[in-house]
Design a protein around this ligand. Structure first.
Ligand SMILES: O=C(O)CCC(=O)C(=O)O
Ligand SMILES: [Fe+2]
Length: 199
């Protein structure tokens, strides 16, 4: 059990050398549903390319980036759009909980189970070292899997459902990667937001 600056209690996950705290259903209905709809309508969703081994490839999901600092992610520099109302609504709830201030948020829209995110660590050099990454999931439940970088057989799986909140602190990105696999049976969309602190 982990107690952070409020009476909301999260579960600390037992991941080697990582500080990952899970808050199931931090947001619930009707607020989570209202946020999902507002984000779907008010975020400027784009189908953007990334660079893989120097080649430009469309990402298998829609994305957006908001905040106050530019962010280079998978070889592409994103200029932030200014915070909007639903993002501020979320930011104001999570910042006291995580006891930190975020200046950027990356949004992913998984339109259905064909959309996914490949294995990666969030270790871009412009992220503040040791800064937490705070992830909120809305809409459809999707699998979220960690694996150790030094032994890909060691895995840890979560199902991230509507309103679930996950804080990756300490240095999980150094020892672990994570991904959101395809889920062919899923037909409904999911939105994920990862709040970040950029130097
Ligand atoms: O959709 C998710 O839960 C993960 C998103 C993620 O890993 C990222 O944006 O870096
Ligand atoms: Fe990530």
């Amino acid at each position: 059990m982990h107690h952070l600056n409020s009476n909301i209690i999260g579960q600390k996950l037992e991941l080697y050398n990582a500080e990952v705290i899970f808050y199931p259903r931090l947001f619930h209905q009707p607020e989570s549903h209202q946020l999902f709809t507002d984000l779907l309508n008010q975020i400027s969703w784009k189908h953007e390319p990334i660079k893989i081994f120097g080649k430009s490839v469309l990402q298998p999901r829609l994305t957006a980036y908001y905040g106050t600092k530019a962010y280079t992610y998978s070889g592409v520099t994103m200029q932030p759009l200014p915070w909007n109302a639903p993002l501020l609504q979320i930011k104001e709830k999570i910042e006291p909980l995580v006891n930190t201030q975020f200046n950027g948020v990356l949004l992913n829209l998984y339109r259905d189970g064909q959309d996914y995110m490949g294995w990666h660590s969030d270790d871009e050099k412009e992220l503040v070292k040791g800064g937490a990454i705070a992830s909120l999931s809305l809409g459809e439940t999707r699998r979220f899997i960690f694996r150790r970088k030094d032994n890909h057989q060691i895995k840890f799986e979560l199902k991230l459902a509507d309103g679930d909140f996950l804080v990756m602190g300490g240095d999980p990105q150094k020892f672990w990667q994570h991904y959101v696999p395809k889920s062919p049976k899923v037909t409904h969309p999911r939105i994920n937001l990862t709040f970040r602190m950029l130097a």
